[in-house]
Design a protein around this ligand. Structure first.
Ligand code: HEC
Length: 136
């Protein structure tokens, strides 16, 4: 009888200390710095690597979109077809990737030429358009 009480105390102590270490971990997670600097050449996780460049050195469609196009296309500024909102695109997707990319390159009404990505290659513009089409 005495022995089992001892075991119970031991067990309770174990559970309490386990709970405390879990709480400590949760607090450490909460007070961890929000961002971390990723230096080129460092392994900073695949998510970062993916948005920076593919093997040919071209930026991904997502990266170009986020940097150059999102300002207008996230909110539909000046009548821009919205990201992930098929109804705002209407029949535009029927024009095809090539014609849509040409619109971006040359500009179209409220959209300035190059979609404001002045250093974008044709491929990068096309990837950005594809990224938008994939969202709808
Ligand atoms: C300054 C705001 C602005 C920026 C920046 C911008 N767009 Fe646009 N975009 C528009 C507007 C406005 C339209 C609608 C033009 C129209 O049909 O009158 C449009 C239309 C489009 C269309 C449809 C073209 C068509 O032929 O129907 C595509 C595709 C597109 N944008 C892609 C992009 C991409 C890719 C980028 C970034 C590289 C970009 N846009 C940057 C404002 C913008």
């Amino acid at each position: 009888m005495k022995y089992s009480k001892f075991l119970l105390i031991l067990f309770t102590g174990f559970v309490v200390s386990l709970g405390a270490s879990e709480a400590k971990k949760a607090i450490e997670k909460r007070i961890a710095p929000v961002g971390s600097v990723c230096i080129q050449g460092q392994d900073c996780g695949t998510a970062v690597a993916e948005t920076v460049a593919d093997s040919s050195g071209a930026r991904s469609g997502e990266a170009v979109y986020t940097n150059a196009c999102a300002t207008c296309h996230n909110i539909g500024l000046a009548g821009a077809p919205k990201f992930a909102d098929a109804s705002s695109w209407g029949a535009r997707p029927d024009k095809g990737l090539e014609a849509l990319t040409a619109s971006v390159k040359n500009g179209l009404n409220g959209m300035p030429a190059m979609g404001m990505c002045m250093d974008c290659s044709d491929d990068e513009l096309s990837s950005a358009v594809q990224h938008m089409l994939d969202s709808i």
